[in-house]
Structures are given as C-alpha cells and as structure tokens.
Ligand binder design. Sequence first.
Ligand code: ADP
Ligand code: MG
Length: 692
Amino acid sequence: MSELTARAVGSLRGVGPRAAERLARLGIHTVEDLLFHLPFRYQDRTRIAPIGRLRPEQHVVVEGEILAADVLFGRRRSLLCKIGDGTGIIALRFFHFSAAQKNNLERGRRIRVYGEVRVGGTGLEFFHPEYELATDETLPPLEQSLTPVYPTTEGIQQRSMRALMEQAIALLNQHPPRDLLPDALLKERQLPSLRDALLTLHQPHPTDAVEQLLGGTHPAVRRLVVEEMAAHQLGMLQRRAGQKAHRSPPLAGGQLFGRLCDALPFALTSAQQRVIDEIAADLAQPSPMLRLVQGDVGSGKTLVAAAAALAAIESGYQVALMAPTELLAEQHLASFRRWLTPLGIDVLWLSGSLGQKARREALEQLANGQADMIVGTHALFQEAVQFHRLGLTIIDEQHRFGVHQRLALREKGRQDEQMPHQLVLTATPIPRTLAMSVYGDLDTSVIDELPPGREPIDTLALPAASRRADVIQRVHAAAARGTQAYWVCTLIEESDALQAQAAEATWQDLQAALPDLRIELVHGRMKPAEKAAAMARFAQGEAQLLVATTVIEVGVDVPNATLMVIENAERLGLSQLHQLRGRVGRGGGKSYCVLLYQTPLSHTAKRRLSVMRETCDGFRIAEEDLRLRGPGEWLGTRQTGELAFRIADLMRDEAMMAPARDMAEQLLAAYPDNAQALVRRWLKGAEGYADV
Ligand code: ADP
Ligand code: MG
C-alpha cells in the first residue's frame, strides 16, 4: 500500500492545513490511515420505502411529490413540508430554515428524503432530514452500496469525511495495495485481500450483513483485525528478539537456596519446584531471562523469587526487587530479610519516603557493590540509582507497571552490552487473551498449586443493614475458637484521610460491640512504625481482630486468621475482593469470607458478589473480571495505551488473538520483509523501544 502510505491526506482535494490538523486528531495522517478509519454504522439508501409502510425509528429513503410547504407559528416557528407518494403522506419539519429553502419546496416538485421517521405534531414526520429536489422531474440514481457513517471530529463533517473517503477509495482502486499477509495464509483462513476487505467495509453491498460487519464477524473485518493483531504480535516478538540478543551473565548455584530450604518449616510444592527449575534453566543462559510467573494469591511466589535472587547473589551479582506500592515492597523486604539475613546477606531498602542520609548510604552500597540485594518501589529506577553488577531484576504485581517501566528498570542494569535477567511476578492471573497481547514478549510459568492446608473459603454475601449484628457474633465466635479475623473497611473515595476515618469509626464501634476482644487498627495514615507494631501484635496473636483499610490487600500473612469481613463489598472490584479474601484460608482451618453490602445493588455488583460466592479460583475470577470491566479498566491506563488497537477490539475479537499469534510467527519465519512492513504499517513509531 506504499502509494497510500506515502501520500499525506493533505494531498487530497479539499484538505487544507486546518482540515489536515483536524484529521490528525483522529490519528489520520496518510491516505492509508484514512482507509483504516472505519464506519461505525451504515445507512441503507439503496432502496425507496413506501411512505404508507413507515414505522417510527426507521432510517429510510422515501420519494414523493411535495403537497404543501408552510411556515407554522406555534410555540416554535417551523417549516412543515408535506409529501406523498400515493401510498401515504409524511411531513418534513425544519426549525431552522431560510426563505430560499422554503421557496424551493414548491408544490408538485419531486423530492427524495433520507432521515429517521419520528412521531411529530402531524403524525409521522422527519425532523431536519437530508433531501434532494428533482430537476426536470429527475433525481440522481440511488446509492449502489450502503452509506457509511464515520466517527468524525469537530470541524470535519460526515459529508466531507465521505467525500475524502471516496477519493481514498479511488486511489485504492488505482494502486491496489500489495498484501502483506501472504496469499497462502489468507486462503488457509478464508480471508479476503486487503483491498477487497476495505472496499467491503467502506462500501458494503446492500446484501452484506451489516450486523456481521459491525459485530466483527464478517470476513472483511476479521481480515483487518487479524492483520492488526498479527502486527502487534510481531512487535512483541521483535521486542523479545531484541532483548534476547543482549548478553546476560549466566547465573547458577543452588547452594544458598538449599540452605534456605533446609531452614524452612515446610517443603516446596511441586509447582514451586517446577517453576524454580524453569527459572534456573533461563538464568543459566548467556542471554536474558524474560519470564512471567503467575500464581494465585498465597501460591508462594515470594519463595520462587528468592530462589532466583539467591542464584544471582551466589554468582556474584546484585538483585533488585521492585513492587508497585510501599506496603507491598515493605512486605517483601520483611520476607527477604527473614530468609536472607541468616545466610549473611544484607537486603537494602529504597522508597520515596526514605530519609536523605539513609538513602545516600543505600545508594552508595549499591554502587560500590557492598550490597547484594535491594527492595523498593519506583524509587528504584530514578537517575541516582546506580548498580555495581545488577544480574537480576524482580518485579512484583506486574500489571500495575507498564512495559516501559519494566524496560526502564532493565536499562538501569545495563552494562555495556550486558543486561540483567528479568523475573516478573503477578498475583492477578491474567486471562489468556490479554496475556498474549500484554506479555507476548515474556515466557510464562504458572504456579498452579497452593501449599497444603489451604482450603477453599466459604463465602457469603449479606446485606449490612440487617445482618451486621450477626456478623459481629461470627467474629466473636471465631475468637472464642482461638482463631482471628479481619474487618476491612472500604470507601469509594480514594482519599487516605477519609478511609482512615471510616476505619477508625468502625474500630470504635467494634470495640464497643466486642468489649472482651483485643482489636487492632491499621490504615494508610498511620506512621509506618505504628502500623508495623499493630500488625505485629495481630500476627503474634495478641489481638483477635484487625480492623483495616484495603492496605492489607497485599502481603499480610497470618495463618491463624480464618474470617474475613469486607464492608461495602459491592464497591470493590473482583480482583481486589479476591486478594482480600486470600488473606484467610492459609492453614488455620476452615475459613470464611463475609461480604457485607449496601442495597440496592447494581447489576454488576450483584454479578461480582455471586462470582465470589461461586469460586475461589483466581483464573476464573480474572476472566469474569475482564468480562465485567473490559480490558481498558482491567489493565489500568498505563497498559491500555500499549494496547491501543485501531480496528481490533480485544473483547470482541478475542478469538482472533491466537490465530494472529500463529500468523505472526509464520510471517517472521517465512516472510521477514512483510513482517517489517506490517509493523511499520500498524505500529508506526510506537515500537521505538524494540531496541531497549
Ligand atoms: P504469594 O504467591 O501470594 O506472593 P507468598 O509468597 O506470600 O504468596 O506465600 C504465602 C505464604 O505461604 C507465606 O507465608 C509463605 O511463607 C508460605 N509458603 C510459601 N511456600 C510454601 C509451601 N511450599 N508450603 C507452605 N507454605 C508456603
Ligand atoms: Mg506476594
């Protein structure tokens, strides 16, 4: 499509600098871009409907003779023009009109009208319809194809968009584009050529099934979708190849980790062992590991990360672990210190809230190689952070970071051509389709087994207004059995202050209702030391109940806790509910989760609560979550940008993802030139980091 790619929209008739600027707002720079700007609706102007059979809400073309045109002075002045075709009569109503317009609507003249049929003051009416008047009794021929309706922008009207598209289509016909998807691949999947697909989409034949065109099931749409998705996959594969081309230090050794395991009171699960082996095999290579470890809440990902970290340290390299929140990072710090300090390894801490002096010291030890490991937040990839010999980066809770941040952290550790290995952990299982589109550049390991003793958690949803007292009794009963409970307070407001207030109020209420229990409180507004002390008292069993904001979503680990109460559960998303629930059922016996909700429940809230009652399987919950929220919300804004498809729609076109991946692999293997051109066509400069 080189002709069309090279040609700026500015070269089309009627496009001056201002219009070009407006088109650019729609992402349209070239004629090719214009052709990929698809209609979101079609009008059928290929047939004339008999006036006598019109129904409200139909969009139709009618033809008839003007019977009368009068200005009416009602509550609002309007021009009313009646037309008839022998089968019936309908009126055209205009609130804005000129004298000339009125004079042209002469009695007896033929007219063709396109618009939506509505019920008006005189019966069926068209409001401000488009119309054409006959000259010498003749009207131009009817449209041959369906009329596209395009997304427009301020200053570019539908009519001009269509006129531009006609020019673009003429060019498309003059310079039929070279198909970047080879014939063989298209035939195999019974997909049309690019030219045919574009023609069908812009000028569908009246017999083309519009629902299929709009619903994404028509071969013409699928043709474009698979091409775009394949291009994205190619981008991923190239990025991966670019990364793999770097050298990394081969890391080996299991001695330190062996010593750690000997000291643990439990054995690795076989899933942990398998994933640790997969990681070890990657680390032993002289090219960078790029591996994503998925595992449900509580599956023991931290220990797997520790195995990787110790291999790096044993080989004389440094390790950086980054988590998206301070709380989660602190939790990792605690685990790693607990495990590594007895082995004689210091673990450093870096976060935005660290004092100047402590920070300077940490940076120094990192730069001169005295320190082997550092745990922290985003602060880890600030300018000032320099590593001596970074061999491995570990990133937890990946889906909150974007690909670019992930790459930036690796870039930190780059020394000449050496790149650190990279391990990514995620507690939110990622539905397959998304995994392919967001993490297509990573290898994946799944810890698909929970440590023994984890029992499914019984979950119930109760209306807070009438059942709160019962739930308080449950807390009491749990304490009487010698187990512990969480009570999580949530608020819609993101404000820490309000969240803290709500938690404090609940804490006071519960203390009044349960005077014989010791109840701790944690929220984001407390000083870290206070927070840690309260958590520690709960963890050691001194308190029976912990009242908290959602800060405890991650990291808290008290096996003796068997009851989780979540207030205003209807306000939380599925993955957050799942994370919170994962705080119980960790070995202390049969566990329960009570979701307290406020009525009335929205449809989605109802659905979420029932999903929670039905399953504890993180993968199923993630699939449901994706279905309810859509990929944009699900991933968060950072990553949605990376998934900005022009034509494909991740939900609608889910089924095309796997074929697109296959196609990308085949293209790369057998048609490398096409692969390059495809990436240029669809990703433009967006893959500039392929080389990082
Ligand atoms: P997550 O995958 O959610 O990050 P963690 O790594 O925090 O899970 O592990 C949850 C808890 O399970 C921790 O207390 C950890 O020490 C413990 N754990 C990890 N592996 C095992 C195992 N094989 N057997 C028993 N407990 C384990
Ligand atoms: Mg974890």
